[in-house]
Design a protein around this ligand. Structure first.
Ligand SMILES: [Zn+2]
Length: 251
């Protein structure tokens, strides 16, 4: 059941650690800037080689605390079997109407795990449906203002990069809250992609790469569904992030 606290920005992802690995910095930064942020996980990650659903739920709760999320909920859909169905869309429409986010983050439409692409497609459809009053009319319609897809493992060029340098330590701490998933020295558990000793270096490389594109140390990149509304184009690009604020030429 979703705790119906409105949130300004909500990330919808497939598995309990997807938020932290892909957009945790963006959410932590939004919280620091005074917005309410939330996360909706589609599955309990029960197909994960390591960690039980109970352990993963506790880790997700701890990660949410680290990021400062106002709410985190789990839709309880089956791991490895996510599809863009009417049932899944209805669950998401209900979540969008209860949480009323202005900004929504979803996985890319294609990624290494089929569940990620499915969640991306479900969100793209549900964002529109949530604004149609006669679709599931027991809840007030709500259409978020923007849908962003995080880049995922395939890492295509982003349309937008959020500078997460100031919250990078928080981002890492939230990832490490999912301790059951990562490499542990001397563990006899079956090796996995995420538990490889070098996996977290690859995660860091991705945010370093996105950050480099806008001239900052760490960035989280996104592609956008729909155009960015711009009222003042010069203001949007007035500052060069790699320059110290005093070095910026101001009119
Ligand atoms: Zn995942």
């Amino acid at each position: 059941m979703i705790d119906a606290k409105p949130c300004d920005i909500v990330a919808f992802t497939a598995h309990p650690d997807d938020v932290e690995l892909n957009c945790g910095g963006t959410l932590a930064l939004a919280v620091r800037q005074g917005w309410k942020a939330g996360a909706v996980d589609f599955t309990r990650g029960e197909l994960g080689t390591r960690g039980t659903p109970e352990v993963r739920a506790r880790e997700a709760e701890e990660a949410a605390r680290v990021l400062g999320l106002s709410c985190r909920t789990n839709l309880g859909l089956p791991d490895g079997r996510l599809r863009d169905t009417d049932e899944a869309r209805l669950l998401v429409v209900r979540a969008l109407r209860l949480l009323r986010p202005r900004v929504v983050i979803a996985p890319p439409l294609a990624d290494h795990h089929p569940d990620h692409g499915a969640v991306g497609a479900i969100l793209a459809a549900s964002l529109h449906l949530a604004g149609i009053a006669k679709y599931a009319p027991d809840l007030e319609p709500w259409r978020p203002h923007a849908l962003l897809h995080y880049l995922g493992m395939r890492g295509g060029p982003p349309d937008l990069v959020v500078d997460v340098t100031s919250v990078y330590e928080t981002r890492v701490a939230a990832i490490l809250a999912h301790a059951s998933q990562f490499h542990r020295e001397g563990s006899a558990e079956r090796p996995t992609r995420i538990a490889h000793p070098h996996f977290l270096e690859a995660v860091e490389a991705a945010v370093r790469r996105s950050g480099a594109l806008i001239g900052v140390r760490y960035g989280e990149g996104y592609t956008l569904e729909g155009p960015v509304p711009v009222a003042d184009l010069v203001a949007l690009f007035a500052e060069e992030p790699w320059k110290h604020p005093e070095a910026q030429a101001r009119p």
